[in-house]
Design a protein around this ligand. Structure first.
Ligand code: KG4
Ligand code: ZN
Length: 352
């Protein structure tokens, strides 16, 4: 089966065609970064308007390699949450209309499930993990550890109690005057800095919980800038970036490996935009190897927001008979109930 996937939950309009086996026949992403950069973050109304402009050409481009275009498609999958409601509505309404006109079956896909299954996409050189695996999902909107037993059997093991890791990267970059989005810039600068130069805290380092917290670290960077001013030489800037990144990476890498050990699973997958971070990849590889855990990191284009992961997650749902004719949208992950108090599996999170 060939599935058309559509993604519009945040600041990327994307469409892709993927087979049920994970082969990627097309994969188109239109980024809105330039649109939001002057504001230092994503502006929801601008995002929705930009999706409206991009959705038709992006879908047309994704269908272009198919000899018979839409006639070669067997089903449609669209992200219907979590994300920005106005942004989601554009993709969902487009997908619903397309399904109505063509008679093709339609399913909604949870954006997070897309990230968690992206490692199965058959990009050149990519190695798919076998089930079960532990996955660290780190993006601009989410930071959580999951146990993935099957495409539809996903359990949350721990999550951030405040900011997402990507949000911390972006906010730290903002106070350092590095522009938006800051993750890739900090990654680049950190590679020639000294991670021990500034003693930033390693937040929620305790092994007792698999939860995370990044808002304190963001404040620590802001305090550093208040006390010392913005670094005005390349060496200090690189050192501050390297020290900040080391704190984030250390806690993410350590808890991912601890999660594997607790679950008795020796496979770990990194996914989400922050999985592109070279420091995170390197440190996790080091700790995983030491613990005898196999690490799978999908190519960068499968880590950041894309529609191939949505098409793939949707293809599996469609193949198992799912149909969502009356599709609505949701802004928050329904499984992360009362964030910060309850885990995805419903167990109480003890406050420290
Ligand atoms: O998964 P994604 O594309 O979108 C969301 O679902 O949020 O992730 C975007 C986030 C941004 O916060 C961006 O700064 C961060 O991923 N990011 C990085 C890197 N590349 C992207 N953070 C650290 N290092 C990177 N190389
Ligand atoms: Zn995402």
């Amino acid at each position: 089966m060939r599935i058309l996937g559509i993604e519009s939950s945040c600041d990327e309009t994307a469409a892709a065609v993927v087979t049920t086996e994970g082969a990627v026949l097309s994969d188109v992403v239109a980024s809105q970064i330039d649109e939001h950069a002057p504001y230092g973050g994503v502006v929801p109304e601008l995002a929705a308007r930009a999706h409206l402009r991009a959705v038709l050409p992006v879908v047309a481009q994704a269908l272009a390699p198919l000899p018979r275009g839409l006639n070669d498609i067997d089903g449609i999958a669209v992200t219907n949450g979590p994300g920005l409601v106005g942004a989601l509505i554009v993709g969902v309404q487009f997908a619903r209309t397309l399904a109505f006109c063509t008679g093709l079956p339609l399913v909604g896909v949870n954006h997070l499930d897309g990230h968690l299954l992206a490692a199965h996409l058959r990009y050149e050189g990519a190695r798919a993990p076998s089930y079960p695996y532990v996955a660290l999902l780190v993006s601009g909107g989410h930071t959580a550890l999951y146990r993935v037993d099957a495409y539809d059997e996903i359990t949350i093991l721990g999550q951030t109690r405040d900011d997402a890791a990507g949000e911390a990267f972006d906010k730290a970059a903002k106070v350092l005057g590095l522009g938006y989005p800051g993750g890739p810039v900090i990654d680049r600068l950190a590679s020639h800095g000294d991670p021990a130069a500034v003693p930033f805290p390693v937040p929620m380092a305790s092994k007792a919980t698999l939860d995370f917290s990044f808002s304190g670290l963001k404040t620590a960077v802001a305090r550093y800038v208040q006390a010392h001013g913005r670094p005005d030489d390349d060496k200090t800037l690189a050192d501050v970036c390297a020290s900040f990144q080391a704190s984030v990476v250390q806690v993410l890498a350590r808890k991912s490996v601890i999660a594997c050990q607790r679950q008795g699973i020796d496979r770990l997958v990194l996914c989400g935009g922050v999985a592109a971070n070279r420091g995170l990849r390197a440190r996790t590889a080091e700790l995983a190897a030491r613990a005898g855990v196999e690490l799978v990191v999908p190519p960068v284009r499968a880590c950041t927001d894309n529609a191939a992961m949505i098409a793939y997650a949707g293809a599996l749902r469609l193949a198992h008979g799912a149909r969502d004719e009356d599709l609505s949208v949701y802004s928050r992950d329904p499984m992360a109930r009362r964030r910060g108090k309850f885990r995805r599996d419903g167990t109480l999170v003890k406050r420290r």
